[in-house]
Design a protein around this ligand. Structure first.
Ligand code: NDP
Length: 330
């Protein structure tokens, strides 16, 4: 397929007139430079996309840019020997919709260093149901396992379990052989979380205890929430267990004591999906396509939208009314 002269993209501006975003017809020259031109097939909607697309959060560091932090599609042209026309590729984070044009476009230009060949075992749509959310959940587990996390240490907690990262973490960690305890404020979603693999579904009050050390009952976990819940998870983690911190859905603050660290050897690990090195990215996508591939991607993906429908989805997401992952058909 030849590169079309004009194509549709969801582009975000901020200038003297303020924030505006919507569908525009662009040409390749409008896009940030990169060695690979991709016919995009699918993207996804993350909370960060909603913040960027509505201007409610300062995500973009230059303007204008095409939105969308995730994308998957086929290579149309490549100036890099690692990729050829027709190759299926994906990219999550890596500056998309932050410092360079992102995935909400029919044609996307990527830097070869950040494009990942689609691993066998995933199709392009599945890769975007996972997207940054699935990548982040898997990165949390990789970090824990690199620090000697094992199923035998005890159950892994996932906080914010009905969020995009949380529900994928519940499925991925179960697939990886862990007993998962999902912590959620939505009691009516308990059956759904059990279907994904959660052995137990706990209310947020399970992480409300605030002494420096509580009885140790969790092997560790992934925290999407921050604040007192993260502090409580640290205080309830077994000796040499790991807690991976990836989100701030409740609070960006953390007030804790050193007791879990110096008495139990608990580790607090950071998870930053955007700046992950390429070798780690490849390792994670290989696992997501193989032993860690979620068993319930169909259930987790609740919506398929077009570029035109993005503003409505952003509004729903920012109002806290969305549930499940949304993919964008390009
Ligand atoms: P969602 O908004 O989809 O989910 C967040 C979940 O957190 C909610 O579904 C809810 O789950 C829970 N929650 C929301 N508000 C509160 C609160 N006040 N107190 C306790 N729990 C709350 O977000 P995502 O899953 O997309 O992302 C999760 C977090 O991870 C976000 O903070 C996001 O910014 C961050 N993130 C970080 C990345 C990284 O690289 N570090 C990458 C991607 C996301 P429930 O009702 O089930 O409790």
């Amino acid at each position: 397929m030849a590169i079309p002269a004009r194509f549709r993209a969801f582009r975000i501006h901020r200038d003297d007139a303020g924030h505006r975003a919507g569908i525009e017809e662009l040409s390749l020259d409008d896009l940030a430079p990169g060695e690979i031109v991709v016919r995009a097939a699918w993207s996804s909607v993350n909370y960060k996309d909603a913040l960027a697309g509505t201007g409610k959060g300062r995500i973009l560091r230059r303007f204008p840019l095409v939105g969308g932090i995730d994308v998957a599609g086929h290579v149309l042209a490549s100036g890099d020997s690692r990729f050829r026309e027709g190759d299926a590729v994906l990219c999550t984070g890596c500056g998309l919709s932050e410092t360079r044009d992102g995935g909400y476009a029919e044609i996307v230009r990527l830097e070869a260093d950040w494009a990942i060949p689609l691993p066998a075992g995933l199709d392009l749509r599945e890769a975007m149901v996972l997207g940054t959310a699935g990548f982040t959940a898997a990165l949390g587990l990789l970090r824990m396992e690199e620090n000697r996390q094992k199923p035998g240490l005890g159950p892994l907690v996932v906080t914010g379990a009905t969020g995009g990262v949380g529900m994928l973490a519940v499925d991925i960690y179960t697939r990886a052989g862990y007993e998962v305890h999902a912590v959620s404020g939505k009691a009516d979603r308990a059956a759904f979380l059990r279907q994904l693999g959660a052995r137990e579904v706990l209310g947020r009050e399970a992480l409300a205890m605030s002494r420096p050390l509580e009885s140790a009952r969790f092997g560790g976990g992934l925290d999407n929430v921050g604040g007192p819940m993260l502090a409580s998870l640290l205080a309830q983690t077994v000796p040499y267990g790991n807690v991976a911190s990836c989100g701030l859905a409740g609070s960006s603050e953390l007030s804790t004591t050193v007791m879990p660290f110096i008495i139990r050897g608990v580790s607090l690990l950071g998870v930053a999906s955007a700046g992950t090195a390429r070798d780690i990215r490849e390792q994670i996508w290989d696992r997501l396509a193989g032993p860690w591939k979620p068993a319930h991607l169909d259930r987790i993906c609740t919506r398929e939208v077009t570029l035109d429908e993005l503003p409505g989805i952003f509004a729903t997401m920012l109002a806290g009314e969305s549930f499940g992952r949304t993919v964008v058909r390009l």
